[in-house]
Design a protein around this ligand. Structure first.
Ligand SMILES: Nc1ncnc2c1ncn2[C@@H]1O[C@H](COP(=O)(O)OP(=O)(O)OP(=O)(O)O)[C@@H](O)[C@H]1O
Ligand SMILES: [Zn+2]
Ligand SMILES: [Zn+2]
Length: 863
């Protein structure tokens, strides 16, 4: 059983609750994301594997000619199939099933809700390291135990005999099975011959499932005798063997196992010395499995719960009450920036743990800073596992394994941590719940908030959605009859600290007054003042929508990607232009391709430009720039923030990354270089996103003793999102925005599904999109007639409309034309079901014509 090698945990070598009735057949979802395989297949559970197979196990099963990875989604005593036609499970890949029945059920829900294959949902729940890797071996046909029949005798006689062939057969026969790549290394020139031998069936290909990564093993050294014996033996060693003597005495004094590397590093003992003593039988060298711990060697000073403020107490009481009753409740915790939401989370988690249950904390990827992690680690110590994408694949895998092994009871992580395989879940917290990064943009296109609520309902667990700027969708769910969420409000900062004073600066007025710099006079003075007082400044340049394109100043030509309908982005460091969609990279042009003018150059404001300008205006200023370019390296994000925290920088300049979660006591000034960059995106959430970003970044100022000040520079100073943000008035903003959404018919007044079609030929994509829309509308007509005939109840609440098809806002990506339909609906309509059925009618076209159809339920990005 290959699985036994791939994961050996000393402490969990126990079989699952022993053999039980009802485990003779397993229902398995295999690793082929296709409509035909989007259902469980029955397999026999061989008696010797019975104890190791559970719902949620990963297995290797024969499927057609291959062995595939699959997930066990059910076990049964009987099968609806002819048992003689069923094949047995070949491998169990983990000793502890990586998923559990609840997650398997959740995958089914995801598959229905987000219109994706069940295997895609299951794969999303496990770390990348466990995604299947298939290894191919060759074996001599008659020895491949039934994988393939030996070739007919006559044929074998006829074809066998070439000396090369005999040599290959002899080699493989001797080894049993040989990995394919090893074969090619051994017989580099024999590729074509090997292929023929495989085709004729002299050799057969055997495939097995392997993990991409295994548990990390480290060599440990431990004493093989008691301290007295070791001391005695050290006395008997020859005088020259000084190191050996020292080492024996070390183990006599400290008899616990030590990693070999530590011995050589810290005690300065050579591996040879250890080996010599091991050969004599006084020490043992043993492989042990270890966790790759990204926080190893860092200690976290223990923190105690703070006495809560009155507002915190109110919020905590409601959460605590639901936890105590093990009642599934969803709370929306609306607390202004600096109101102390984290302390409420921490004390809620404490109660959850005290009740013997487990907790998940979701944080947006970019706010998952060491500072954030520290706040949890220093309260709960080793009970916390951390999962985010900056960890190596191995580190992430090991953090994840701690959950299954019950080593931890709290997980803090980005979006996918919502799938942490806990079995006694009591609490899920989603911090900054309005963040669009909680939505996964590739299949399965799930929203972590929706998944969290589903999981919590299955566990009778509490969900806390926290934000200073809740999404309209969540806010709308807190009011009205039968509201599913309960609103908790913390309107003030802790210790009566004031929210910062915000000034809106009209950039058009600046230009009129002759100021052509990117800093208004007010912001300039404010920065100067901070430099004097040795206080710190945060500057936000919202890169999204902001131009870093190359334009000809003579004719207005903008350099575009030849494969995607989008302008190329300029990268100053490499002096190249890059397409953000297909990765195309080109050198910067010297002359305009359109008019030959030499006045073609990089245009617009990037963070680098701002940094340069700051250097010119304030000689000697220390700027820490944080954007995609400076944070691509592992740990860079952390290093830059630490630098700023240690006051090795006067200004922290960056994109959205600087807007969230940071809590630095000496930041008293926040400047927004241009507030309206998001406002003009083709997105119905543009105003909401602008309000959220401005409120969040303003919230970085004056969080401690020193009061804060904020400058928002803009070309549209009267826009309500900017006005309300400047007054910290969420209530007024939401009232205006809800009104506008109602009028335009957007969420939360309806639900959306975006269907995007793409193909290399524009005619093809238009035809497909139109036919899709027509079918969908017909389906709705039929359904509505049915609804009407049953009863009128709820009919007026039901609404369904298909908009489009129209060209997508980015009409071409990677040479594929894109069209989209928008489905708007309301009420009790099974839209996912309708879409699944409609899409099924296009299966043939999708496969044969390489048409691509993407279905995005509750989309966050409308491009
Ligand atoms: N009860 C309390 N007594 C004293 N200080 C507190 C208390 N609760 C929180 N604080 C402190 O107040 C500051 C702000 O708290 P916190 O960072 O949790 O705010 P937040 O609501 O998460 O804000 P944001 O939404 O901006 O992240 C922190 O420095 C925190 O240590
Ligand atoms: Zn030109
Ligand atoms: Zn491109």
């Amino acid at each position: 059983m290959a699985g036994r090698e791939s994961a050996l945990y000393d402490e969990t070598l126990l079989p699952l609750d022993g053999p039980e009735p009802g485990r003779r057949y397993a229902q398995v979802i295999v690793d082929v994301p296709a409509k035909q395989t989007n259902r469980p297949f029955d397999y026999i559970v061989p008696p010797e594997l019975e104890a190791w197979v559970g719902v949620g196990s990963r297995v290797g099963v024969p499927f057609g000619p291959r062995t595939l990875q699959g997930f066990v989604v059910g076990l049964s005593e009987s099968t609806g199939m002819d048992p003689r036609k069923l094949k047995p499970i070949e491998q169990v890949l983990d000793l502890v099933p990586p998923l559990n029945p609840e997650l398997v059920d959740l995958a089914r829900w995801m598959s229905r809700t987000y219109v994706c294959h069940e295997i895609t949902a299951l794969q999303a729940m496990i770390p990348g390291a466990l995604k299947a890797k298939y290894e191919k071996y060759v074996a001599v046909a008659e020895e491949a135990d039934g994988h393939s029949a030996p070739p007919p005798e006559g044929q074998a006689l006829l074809l066998a005999g070439s000396p090369e062939e005999d040599e290959i057969t002899a080699f493989v026969r001797q080894k049993g099975t040989v990995p394919m790549d090893a074969m090619l290394r051994r017989f580099p020139a024999a590729g074509p011959l090997l292929k023929r031998m495989l085709e004729r069936g002299v050799l057969v290909e055997v495939q097995t499932v392997k993990d991409r990564l295994n548990a990390k093993k480290v060599l440990y050294v431990e004493p093989a005798a008691d301290p007295r014996t070791l001391t005695e033996e050290s006395g008997k060693l020859a005088a020259g063997a000084k190191r050996q003597k020292e080492l024996l005495l070390h183990f006599a004094a400290h008899p616990s196992p030590v990693p070999l590397a530590e011995l050589t590093d810290k005690l300065n003992v050579g591996a040879g010395t250890v080996k010599a003593l091991a050969d004599k039988g006084w020490l043992t060298i043993r492989e042990r499995e270890v966790f790759r711990d990204p926080y190893a060697g860092r200690s976290f000073a223990r923190t105690e719960p703070l006495p809560l403020t009155e507002q915190q107490r109110g919020a905590f009481a409601a959460i605590s009450d639901a936890l105590g009753a093990e009642r599934h409740d969803v709370f929306l915790l609306h607390g202004v920036t600096g109101s102390g939401k984290t302390e409420v989370y921490l004390q809620s988690i404490q109660q959850c743990l005290d009740q013997g249950r487990e907790a998940i904390v979701l944080v947006p990827e970019i706010s998952l800073t060491p500072q954030m992690v520290e706040r949890f680690k220093s309260r709960f110590g080793d009970a916390v596992a951390v999962m985010h994408s900056r960890l190596s694949q191995g580190e992430r895998y090991d953090e994840w394994r701690k959950i299954g092994l019950k080593r931890v009871s709290v997980v803090i992580g980005a979006r996918s941590a919502v799938f942490a395989p806990f079995t006694k879940l009591g609490l899920i917290i989603i911090d900054e719940e309005h963040e669009s990064s909680y939505k996964q943009e590739e299949s399965p296109k799930y929203h972590a908030r929706e998944v969290a609520v589903q999981r919590a309902a299955r566990h009778g667990a509490v969900v806390v959605l926290g934000s200073a700027t809740p999404s309209l969708e969540s806010f709308a769910r807190t009011s009205g009859r039968g509201a599913p969420y309960r609103l908790l409000t913390m309107a003030d900062r802790v210790e009566g600290r004031p929210l910062p004073a915000v000034r809106i600066v009209d950039l058009r007025e600046e230009l009129k007054a002759g100021n052509r710099s990117m800093f208004s006079r007010g912001l300039y003075k404010a920065i100067e003042e901070r430099l004097h007082k040795k206080e710190q400044t945060v500057l936000l340049l919202n890169r999204r929508g902001y131009s870093t394109f190359v334009m000809c100043r003579s004719c207005g030509y903008v350099v575009q990607c030849p494969h995607c309908d989008i302008s190329l982005t300029y990268h100053q460091v490499s002096r190249t232009m890059r397409c953000h969609y297909c990765g195309l990279t080109q050198p910067e042009p010297k002359t305009c391709p359109s008019c030959d003018s030499e006045h073609i150059r990089f245009f617009g404001t990037g963070t680098q430009r701002v940094e340069e300008e700051l250097g010119k205006l304030f000689p000697g200023i220390r700027v820490i720039r944080m954007d995609v370019d400076t944070t691509s390296e592992k740990g860079a994000h952390e290093r830059l923030l630490t630098k700023f925290r240690n006051k090795q920088g006067d200004v922290l300049l960056g994109t959205q990354m600087v807007a969230k979660g940071l809590d630095f006591p000496d930041v008293t000034l926040v400047g927004v270089i241009a507030a309206d960059t998001v406002l003009h995106l083709p997105d119905f959430r543009a105003a909401e996103k602008t309000f959220q970003l401005l409120t969040q970044v303003a919230g970085r100022a004056g969080r401690h003793r020193l009061p804060g000040e904020v400058f928002i520079q803009t070309y549209t100073p009267d826009h309500y999102s900017i006005e309300h943000a400047s007054r910290h008035d969420y209530g007024a903003f939401i009232a205006t925005e809800l009104d506008s959404r109602r009028q335009r018919g957007y969420p939360p007044y309806c639900e959306l599904v975006l269907v995007t079609f793409s193909h290399e030929q524009v005619a093809m994509v238009v035809r497909a999109a139109e036919s899709f829309a027509t079918r969908l509308k017909e389906k709705w007509q039929r359904m509505r007639t049915e609804f009407d005939s049953v009863s009128g109840a709820g009919a007026e609440d039901r609404y369904f409309e298909v908009y489009g098809p129209v060209a997508s806002p980015i009409p071409r990506i990677k040479d594929r034309y894109r069209f989209q339909c928008m489905v708007k609906y309301r009420g009790d309509v099974d839209v996912s079901g309708m879409l699944t059925e409609t899409a099924a009618a296009f299966d043939e076209t999708v496969r044969q014509e390489k048409l691509h159809i993407s279905i995005d339920v509750n989309p966050q990005v409308l491009m």
